[in-house]
Design a protein around this ligand. Sequence first.
Ligand SMILES: Nc1ncnc2c1ncn2[C@@H]1O[C@H](COP(=O)(O)OP(=O)(O)OP(=O)(O)O)[C@@H](O)[C@H]1O
Length: 671
Amino acid sequence: MVSEKKEEDASGPPIQSMQLGVYRVVTEASLPFNFREQWKRSAKLTPTVLRLVKDIYSSSPGLFCLYLLFVFWNNVVDSTLSLHLSGRVLAIIEEGLKAGRPDGPALFQAVALRMIGLALSAAVEWCMDHIYERLAQRSDTRVQQFVLQCKLATDLTGVQANISSNHIHERLPFQVFYYLLQGVLYSMGAVTQLGYVIRLVRSTGHGPAFTLICIAHPILQSTLQRVLWSKPHIVEADNPHFLRKSGLRELSDAKYRQDIITGDIVAYVIQEFRRAVNLLGDTDISSPHDQYSRQSGYSSHLVTKLAVELPMLYYAVNSILNPTAFSLSTIATLHQSETLLSYTFQSAFSFIQYGAHRVAGVQALYDLGNVAHEMKDGDLPYPPLDSRHEQGMPFELKNVSFSYPGTTAKALNDITLSIKPGQLVVVVGSNGSGKSTIVKLLTRLYDATSGCILIDGQDIKSYRIPDLRQATATLTQDHHLYPLSLGENIGLGNPARVDDLEMIREAARQGGAEDMIAKLADGLGTVLERPRGLQWSNLEEGEKEGNEQLKAAVEKMKKEADVSGGERQRLVASRTFMRFTSNTVKLVCVDEPSSSLDPQAEWQLFNNLRQVREGKTMIFVTHRFGHLTKHADVILCMKEGAIIESGTHEELLELGGEYCKMFNIQAKAFD
Ligand SMILES: Nc1ncnc2c1ncn2[C@@H]1O[C@H](COP(=O)(O)OP(=O)(O)OP(=O)(O)O)[C@@H](O)[C@H]1O
C-alpha cells in the first residue's frame, strides 16, 4: 500500500511522507529541476569538498599525487586507449578476411600493442589498489583522531544533544573523496570517449544520431528510475503488527534466556508471534529502498530496457537501408564503445544525483568540531591562593533549579543550601528525587538552569574547569571499566602516576580489589572489556570437528576474563582511591556505589573512604541507612527535586518526618 502526502515546511525544501509497506518514509519532495537552487546548494558544500581534499592530501601528499595520476590513467586514458587498440586489431583482421590474406606483421604488432596496453593497465590497477588502502588507512586514522578529540571534549550537555554523532564511520570521508574523484574522472572519461565515438561515427559517414542513441540508455535510466538513496530520507517501521513480531523475535536472544526459562513463557511467545504474523498478513516488509524503486511503472521499465537495444536496432535498420555503411569490425568497435560510453555516462549521472547527499555526510562529521560547549570555562584558579581550602570545598546553593537538556521537568526545584568545608553530607530520598542530580551540579557536570552555586563566595562558573576536576573525586554506580588493562583502569585515577605499580596496588587494596586481581592469570595486565572486533572466527562447530589443528587454534584464542558486578565496583572504587594520591582532591562525591557489594565490602569501603576524609568535603548519596548516616555532619532528605528536611541523624529522627519514616522502615526489617 502506497500513499504520498506533501507537507509544508517553513524552512528548507518541502518534505513528503509516504507509507511503503510497514515503513513510513519521509523524503524531500521531488521538485521540478531548478538550476539556481541546485547551484546554490552545491556551492554551499564547496568548502566541505575543499577541506576534504586538503585533509586527504595532508594525510600523505606523495601517495595522494601518485594515486591521482594512476586513477587519471585508469579512468580517462586507459579506457579510450583500449578502445582504439582493440579497434585496430579488429580492422586489420577484417581487411585480411576481405583480401583473403591476413597482414601478419601488422596484426602481430597491433596485438602486441594491445597486450602491452593490457599489462600496463593491470599494473596500474594493482598499484592503485595498494595505494588506495594505504591512503584510506591514513585518512581513517586522522578521522579517528579528530572524532576522538571532538567526542572527548564534548560535555554531557553536548553528548545528550548530539545523539546522531555516535554513528560516524571513519571511512566515510575517504569513500566520499573516492566517490567525488570517480565522478570527476567519469565526467572527463565521458567527454573523451564521446569524442572518440563521434570521430569514429563520422569516419563511417554517420551523423550525431548514432551518438545520441549510445547515451540514450543512461539518460533514460537516471531520469525514469526512482532511487531513494539519492535523496535525504528517514525511514521508520510504524506497523504495530510488524513491530510486535520483531519484538517477539528478539526474545530468542541469549540475554533473555534466563527470564524466559524462569518465567515459563515459551508457549506464550510462540503463540503471540503467530498472531502477529497473521495480523501482518501480506503487508510488504521488503526494504523500503526496493519498494521505492519498484514504484517506477512498467512503461518506464520497458523504455529503459529498450534503450539498451537501440544501437542494435540502428545497425539492423542501416544494414537494410544502406548495406555498405558498417563493416563488421566497425560494428564491433562501436558496440564496445557504446557499452563503455553508456557505463561512463551512467556513473557520471549517478555522481550528479548522489554527490551532494554524500558530501553532506562529511559535513556532518566536520560539524562535530563545532558542537557548542554549553559549559563555559572560567579563569579563576582552584583552590584560590588566599583561601582556607585545606579543610575541603565549601558550597553555597542559592535558589538552584535544574532541568536536563531537552526536558522541561524540573529535576531540582529551588534548592538553597550551605555545605561547610570538610563536612560529611549524606543525601537520602526516594527514587527520582534529585539526589544524583545535585551531585552532578556540584561536580559541574551540568550548570544550574536558574539560581547559582558558589564555591568560597565565587560562582562555580568562574573557576577553571580543569582545576575543579582535579579537586574532585567521584565514585558512582554509573562508572565503567575502560577497555584497557586493570592497572591502567586503577592508575588513571591519577594519570601522572599511571605507571606507579606500588601506588596502584595500594589503591587496589583500599578499594577491596587486591584479592580478585591476584586471582587473575594476567593480574594488573588483564584487559576485561576487550575492544570489539579484535578476534573472531566464522567457524561452525562441524568445521572444527575432525580438524584438530584448527580446533587447537580456536582453543588458543585468548579467552576474556570476566568478573562479577561487585568486583567491578571494587575496581572502580580503587580508581577513586588512586585519585586521592594526587593530593589535589578537596571534594569527594560518592553516589550509591555499593549496590553490588556484600555487607562486609560495603562497610570496608565506607571506612576506607572516611579514613582519607581529612581536608575533603564528602557527599554521599545512599538508600541505606547505617554506617554513613550516623557519621554524617548533615543529612539532606530529598523529595521531588527539593530538600524537605536537613539535620543530623538524631535531629531528623526527633523531627519525625520523611527521614524518620524511611529509617524506621529499614530498622523494622531487623526487629
Ligand atoms: N540524563 C537525564 N535526562 C533527563 N532526565 C533525567 C536524567 N537523569 C535523571 N533524570 C530525571 O531527573 C530526575 C531526578 O533524577 P536523579 O537521578 O537525580 O534521581 P535520584 O534521586 O538520584 O534517583 P535514584 O534514587 O533512583 O538514583 C528524575 O525524574 C529523572 O528521571
